[in-house]
Design a protein around this ligand. Sequence first.
Ligand code: ADP
Length: 246
Amino acid sequence: MTALLEVSGISVSFDGFRAINNLSFSIGPAELRAIIGPNGAGKTTFMDIVTGKTRPDEGSVTFGPRSISLLGMNEARIAREGIGRKFQRPTVFEDQSVQDNLILALKAARSPWRVLFWAPKPADLIRVKELAQEVGLADHLPRKAGELSHGQKQWLEIAMLLAQEPRLLLVDEPAAGMTPAEREQTTALLVSLAKTRAVVVVEHDMDFVRRLNCRVTVLHEGAVLAEGSLDHVTANPQVISVYLGR
Ligand code: ADP
């Protein structure tokens, strides 16, 4: 299988400290992958590199046929290229309805330079409904986003990212702060999204990672320490010692 995202020998130092140290790994086009690792392992820096926020000192990142470094390290450009990033805290427009949030997201995706002149056509409104449906919010379109539960806001933000038609979705701790029922729905959502695009979940919560039932990459000191099923990596003595601090 040809990789969608290929990270090859990347390193990044901050003031002489190597946050990412010769990191290499790849992700397939319709793959769900969990990235775990202790605090300071380099997970956020990795996402910053893939989304063009941080430039690696060495190595290459390719997305499909393109080199991320050649995309000018422009975050908006990289997003349009098909990489969506969901931060931990939902950033929806609380005063606007779910529908208007999705319309704004479509606007930004369809007409990034002429947002003021863009008005949704009937086909766009159908797309808005589909997006809401994809994340289980079809019955909530008229509600103010501020009235949604924490979990529903997270799903709305995912739907807003989907407006950009990403081929790779990076999601930071999607289940943090959710109720058990919302966590279960989020698991199903991520599994379903990964059928047609790559989804990378950065997660601390091992119980949630277990539910995702996917390949796991363990980062430590900016490099891959172990990779495989959760059972495989958690049986690795090096992983155990890193997590127990021994
Ligand atoms: P994680 O997300 O796995 O907790 P990070 O990628 O945030 O890890 O951080 C990796 C290491 O790089 C940490 O030791 C962190 O302190 C350091 N680091 C990250 N960003 C910066 C920065 N902008 N300046 C200095 N050090 C940084």
